[in-house]
Design a protein. Structure first.
Length: 239
């Protein structure tokens, strides 16, 4: 992997793990995130990295941040909105869609000309909840399902110049998931729901993203790939 790779949501668990992998492969990570302190700390850890504070829901700021040559883009931004459907508001649905789906679309739209020039690659992020129905996941499940539809549509439209793939993780030990993982009993109970009975690690998800961004994945596009301990497709031995 060479060139300049934009990582949006770079200070999250998966984004930071991917940034480290991209830098180790000799590419230049372009780190984009909202938190100035976390962003500065990550950039200091990765000599040669570029960084910029940006809110991905601000389309003009996003377009400016993504200016310049790019060989890859990973949209590692996301949210976990968990509410009973009866209490899920219109604003909840709109916020989930705006952050997870619309911002991803605007990011790819802004970067597409430069990615095409570099024969580059895009990685978007869905969730196991997009295909496996879970209670209290109406807003985020709908938004992430939209990300999967967006991914295959963009893969078709941008081929052959730009490859577009999507990763759908199950619950992973990241800062955003802490409301579900900080309680050991809850984390253990969720872990046991997976055929491989543990939670995911950020670097395991980042490893697939790194592969999809790189030349070894040159004939892979339009795919939704699960990193979920088998939860989306397998029943446990007692199930």
């Amino acid at each position: 992997m060479q060139g300049r790779v934009a990582i949006l949501g770079a200070t999250g668990g998966i984004g930071a793990a991917l940034a480290r992998r991209v830098a180790a492969r000799g590419a230049t990570p372009l780190l984009l995130a909202r938190d100035p302190a976390r962003l500065a700390a990550l950039a200091a850890e990765l000599p040669g990295a570029e960084s910029q504070v940006v809110d991905v829901t601000d389309s003009a700021a996003l377009k400016s941040a993504l200016a310049g040559p790019l060989s890859g883009l990973a949209f590692c931004v996301g949210s976990i909105i968990l509410k009973p459907f009866a209490r899920t508001s219109e604003a909840d649905f709109l916020d989930a869609f705006r952050l997870n789906t619309l911002a991803a679309a605007m990011a790819v739209q802004a970067a597409a000309p430069e990615l095409a020039r570099a024969q580059g690659s895009v990685v978007l992020f869905s969730s196991v909840a997009a295909r496996a129905g879970f209670a209290m996941h109406a807003a985020i499940g709908a938004a992430k399902a939209a990300v999967e539809g967006l991914s295959v549509a963009l893969a078709a439209e941008l081929a052959p110049a730009v490859r577009v793939n999507c990763i759908a993780p199950s619950l992973t030990r990241t800062r955003i998931a802490e409301p579900l993982t900080k309680n050991p009993a809850m984390a253990e109970a969720i872990a046991k729901l997976h055929p491989i009975p543990r939670l995911g690690e950020a670097d395991e998800v980042a490893a697939l993203a790194e592969f999809l961004l790189g030349p070894d994945a040159g004939w892979i596009t339009g795919q939704i790939m699960a990193v979920d301990g088998g939860r989306s497709s397998l029943r446990g031995k007692g199930g």
